[in-house]
Write a protein that binds this ligand. Structure first.
Ligand code: 4AD
Ligand code: MG
Length: 430
């Protein structure tokens, strides 16, 4: 029976054939252990010299790393392997021989691995991270569908900037100037006025000259937007969503979390509600923690976020930042106009900001005032203003950065390992 590694448990004590690549191998005079992978999983194939024709044993003994094979064998339980099964091999057929595979079981430097990303993706660790990424995406669709959100796809090519003009990728749109989307938010606001509760999931681009473990040039964002929803109600959705995602990974990715040696005790605790502190309180906390220079009005950097997160064992919301350091569309606090109704969600363990969100300005006059202050002129923003003209309602939304979330939940150090083909400062290859 032809099957995949993920399905071998359906064929206990039966003979199956799988298409696979040789990930690794150990052999002695009498026995060969083939570490096989087929994309759906990893399994050990055991080839015993006395049980197979001599040519099959010789082939198994000499097969090279990443050679593609059809392997036939009996599925048996193996309590020592985390996977639980192994194959007692009866036949091996080579599909294509791989010669001098560059990524050997020995240690390689990061740049070498990044140059071979197209092959590095085959490794067990990278496989585990991508499976967790996949589970987060699955849980995201599950959560928002269950909550009656409509998936809406904003454009990638845009005429306007959502988050500020300095970090835009410019391109030509025939005769016009265009940009790659930094965020679908403005379009999602239009969509919320048409569908009530919406979410997007797509690539976004930032021409940021940042070279840190948290920054990608191209990253994927999940952006929900909700009509008739205030800031407080939006925070509830955020904490429910993040809890749902973490608990889904814990439930469905046990093997992968094990491969990554993730400390899952730290994740089990991630359940709503999450703690909240105001920007003002965060400034006080930072001063107590030795950041004596920080002053009200300054934005937080990675060391600040890490220090704040250390005081909590769950993700923490920092709310009500000064208006001056946040985007033009955020609604001022009605009791205190120098701060806005917004929050950043900071992940534990130094992974930094994973969500940025806010209530949006719904008043036409105030938005017109912001346009003047931020010099937002021309047709590109005309439509956005019109959303405040025809039945404007209180509305809020947020953006969750997928790669930072994957990094945190997987426990990998750097976001470059959380997206199949990372776009980084000075890296467009492969
Ligand atoms: O805080 P940001 O810039 O917010 C927005 O773009 C809003 N328009 C979202 C919204 O309200 N709809 O980005 C949101 C999240 C951040 O919290 C972070 O997780 C991620 O996107 N992010 C990045 N991830 C990787 N590399 C980068 N360069 C990132 N910049 C932001
Ligand atoms: Mg932000």
């Amino acid at each position: 029976m032809k099957t995949t590694i993920s399905k071998v448990s359906n064929y206990l004590n039966e003979e199956v054939t799988i298409g696979a690549w040789l990930a690794n191998k150990r052999s002695s005079g009498k026995i060969a252990f083939l570490q096989l992978r087929d994309g759906t999983g990893f399994i050990q194939g055991v080839v015993v010299k006395s049980d197979v024709p001599e040519e099959v044993f010789q082939l198994a003994k000499n097969v090279t790393q990443e050679t593609s094979l059809y392997v036939t064998g009996k599925v048996v339980e193996d309590t020592r392997s985390p996977f639980g099964y192994e194959l007692q091999v009866t036949n091996v057929e080579v599909i294509h021989e791989s010669v001098d595979y560059p990524i050997t079981p020995k240690e390689h430097g990061t740049e070498f691995l990044m140059d071979h990303r197209h092959l590095w993706l085959r490794s067990k660790k990278q496989h585990a991270v991508m499976k967790i990424r996949n589970e987060i995406i699955r849980a995201t669709y599950d959560f928002f569908n269950k909550e009656d959100f409509v998936k809406i796809d904003p454009p990638i090519l845009t005429g306007s900037s959502a988050e500020g003009t300095t970090e835009l990728f410019h391109t030509k749109y025939f005769e016009e100037e265009a940009y790659l989307s930094q965020s679908g938010q403005l379009y999602m606001e239009a969509a919320a006025m048409a569908f009530g509760k919406v979410f997007s999931f797509g690539p976004t681009f930032r021409a940021e000259k940042s070279k840190t473990r948290r920054h990608l040039i191209e990253f994927w964002m999940i952006e929900p937007e909700m009509a008739f929803t205030n800031h407080e109600e939006s925070l509830k959705v955020q904490e429910e969503y993040v809890s749902y995602v973490v608990q889904s990974v814990l439930e469905n990715c046990q093997l992968e979390l094990g491969t990554l040696e993730r400390d899952i005790e730290k994740l089990k605790n991630v359940k709503a509600p999450f703690p909240r502190i105001s920007y003002d309180e965060a400034i006080e906390l930072l001063k107590e923690k030795g950041f004596t220079d920080i002053e009200w009005g300054e934005d937080f950097g990675a060391p600040h976020e890490t220090a704040i997160a250390e005081s909590f064992d769950k993700p923490v919301f920092i709310t009500n930042y000064p208006a001056a350091i946040k985007a033009f569309y955020m609604k001022p606090d009605p009791n205190r106009s120098e701060v806005v109704l917004c929050a950043d969600l900071i992940a534990p363990e130094g992974y930094g900001e994973i969500i940025g969100g806010s209530q949006r300005i719904d008043d036409l006059e105030l938005m017109e005032q912001r346009y003047e202050e931020h010099n937002l002129t021309g047709d590109a923003y005309k439509w956005y203003l019109e959303l405040r003209k025809y039945g404007s309602v209180p509305h809020s939304g947020f953006g969750l950065g997928l790669e930072r979330t994957v990094a945190w939940i997987s426990g990998v150090e750097h976001v470059r390992e959380t997206i199949p083909f990372p776009r980084l400062l000075n890296r467009l290859y492969p």
